[in-house]
Design a protein around this ligand. Structure first.
Ligand SMILES: [Zn+2]
Length: 166
């Protein structure tokens, strides 16, 4: 089972693949990193409290930290319907956002981006583990084990990161 090792602020800032070094230096990283439940995280995601349209996530791919800067275009009314997170497959009412990542490198500079529907609070690992409740009917009844669900989330995330860095 993939286990994420705790990341420091410095490691996270150095891991961004789809924004400039200056942006990575300035963007808001939570101060309470040491208190986060790393052993229950397949990736660490957070919203920018100063900029509601920005979100970030950091993961470990092949033993190396990778972080993405994401934009969340303001919620449209249809987003208040029930929708499913493409990472963890949790269904929320109004709790899933379209998050758009500029592609890494030249492609991103030319304006190319990749979008995915992701839990608005980026707490997918906690929903998968039942540590956070998204309400009645949030999870499909599945015969998968917890480990298989975690693995699926990790694969979905790795695919998304691969599209960003492709
Ligand atoms: Zn999710």
């Amino acid at each position: 089972m993939p286990l994420m090792k705790p990341l420091t602020e410095q490691e996270i800032r150095a891991a961004f693949v789809n924004c400039t070094k200056g942006e990575a230096k300035r963007l808001s990283v939570p101060r309470d990193l040491a208190e986060r439940p790393w052993c229950d995280l397949d990736f660490f995601g957070w919203r920018d409290p100063q900029a509601p349209d920005r979100a970030y996530l950091a993961a470990e791919l092949d033993g190396r930290p990778v972080a993405l800067a994401l934009r969340c275009p303001s919620a449209a009314s249809w987003q208040m319907r029930r929708s499913m997170c493409s990472m963890c497959l949790t269904t929320h009412t109004g709790g899933v956002s379209l998050m758009v990542a500029a592609k890494a490198g030249k492609a991103g500079q030319q304006g190319n981006s990749v979008g995915a529907y992701i839990c608005s609070d980026l707490a997918c690992p906690l929903y998968v583990r039942g540590r956070k409740d998204a309400g009645v009917g949030a999870r499909l009844h599945e015969s998968l084990t917890l480990e298989e669900k975690i693995q699926r989330t990790v694969v979905n995330l790795a695919r998304f990161i691969a599209k960003v860095t492709a």
